[in-house]
Design a binder for this molecule. Structure first.
Ligand SMILES: [Zn+2]
Length: 187
């Protein structure tokens, strides 16, 4: 973990952990994919990623493709907003009606016994309660974080290092933009 207070609420945190199985660690700055070893280690999977175990339908190939599309939607590009639609077409969800303080709401449940269906149900519920747009990938290091700010305008995983492994991506990006402006002035 890089910076504190990045965890997503409830089960959405399991999606964030899944997305962060691919990362660029600060120590090495080399793209690292932990998904292949985690897929073959059920104990590490449960500890590091999700309480939902992988099923026979959850091939590594499928999980890699799902993670790529989840990352695309978290990056905030408008052209990628519907990147998950093919997944929802392949994996229908069941809607259950439940009572709330103000009346009723629907909650989506997986219709198949797979990890992929489990994740898609979490994502669909997060979309419905406006939490999904707060799960973002850092514009610099690509780390996935949950934006807890009131304005939901956070673009980087952190503005300060926050610890020995933290990365001040926001500050780094601002310094870089400042330098680029200075270079342009000189030209
Ligand atoms: Zn970052």
């Amino acid at each position: 973990m890089q910076i504190h207070n990045q965890a997503a609420p409830g089960k959405l945190e399991e999606v964030r952990r899944f997305i962060n199985t691919w990362s660029i660690p600060n120590q090495t700055r080399i793209e690292t994919d932990l998904l292949p070893p985690l897929v073959s280690d059920p104990i590490a999977w449960e500890r590091e990623v999700s309480v939902c175990p992988l099923q026979s339908g959850d091939s590594l190939e499928t999980l890699l493709a799902l993670r790529t599309d989840l990352r695309r939607t978290c990056a905030g590009h408008s052209e990628d907003r519907d990147a998950l639609n093919p997944w929802f077409e392949q994996t229908p969800l069941i809607a259950l009606v439940r009572s709330t303080d103000g009346g009723t709401a629907t909650q989506l449940k997986p219709s198949q016994n797979t990890y992929v269906a489990y994740i898609l149900a979490i994502v669909a519920n997060a979309i419905n309660c406006a939490q999904w747009s707060r799960l973002k990938t850092c514009g610099d290091c690509q780390w996935a974080f949950y934006d807890h700010t009131r304005s939901a305008s956070k673009r980087w995983c952190g503005m300060s290092k926050g610890g020995p492994q933290g990365r001040a991506c926001g500050t780094i990006a601002k310094v870089r933009a400042f330098r680029e402006r200075e270079v342009r002035k000189v030209r």
